[in-house]
Design a protein around this ligand. Structure first.
Ligand code: FES
Length: 193
């Protein structure tokens, strides 16, 4: 490498800016010594070069903060789809101004993820998921209070004190592995569990 490269090194409260030339060298800041090899050990094995391999950062804080996923900044983002359990539900909150509605995300075998209000039609104050996931029995969701059974795919109650009524749906979609609200009644979503 003919050109020099400027590198900023940080170790605790200390930082230093150094210029490096050549393809392999070592630089020191504070108590830490960084050995680097531009192109890396795989360069000779046909791997693309141009990277800087840093080795031996024994005392330095070399942790790299992951970039937040852009979609997580979307106010209608609810949760990663893979956080929704196969058997059970994941709680979230949908908001519109000061109005807040508790919801649950539920996975269907081949049909993605659906969402319902976290409330039993028999007694709306009863939450289907109290924090550990709603009861799922086969292809039905069961209210723990009096045993009402609801079809997982359409929310229809087939048995129990609210037979013939249905869970209240909340519209969601899965995009690039994440669940987003698509329900026009709400402005924002937030995972609760
Ligand atoms: S509160 Fe759900 S069945 Fe009674």
């Amino acid at each position: 490498m003919d050109e020099s490269v400027r590198v900023t090194l940080e170790d605790g409260d200390e930082s230093d800016v150094v210029r490096i030339r050549g393809t392999a060298d070592e630089v020191t800041v504070g108590d830490a010594t960084f050995r680097f090899d531009i192109g890396g050990p795989d360069a000779e094995q046909g791997e693309p070069d141009g990277g800087i391999v840093v080795d031996g950062a024994a005392d330095a804080d070399a942790e790299v903060e992951p970039e937040p996923k852009a979609d997580e900044n979307d106010r209608r983002y609810v949760a990663p789809a893979d956080a929704v359990p196969d058997r059970g539900t994941l709680r979230f909150e949908a908001t519109a101004g000061r109005r807040r509605v508790d919801g649950i995300l539920q996975r269907l075998d081949d049909e993605g993820i659906v969402a319902w209000e976290n409330s039993c039609p028999h007694k709306p104050e009863v939450q289907l998921d109290r924090g550990l996931g709603a009861l799922i029995d086969g292809d039905q969701l069961v209210c723990h209070e009096h045993g009402a059974r609801f079809n997982c795919d359409d929310g229809y109650c087939t048995r129990g004190p609210c037979r013939g009524r249905s869970l209240s749906p909340i519209d969601v979609t899965v995009r690039d592995g994440d669940v987003f609200l698509t329900d026009d009644r709400f402005e924002a979503g937030q995972r609760l569990d």
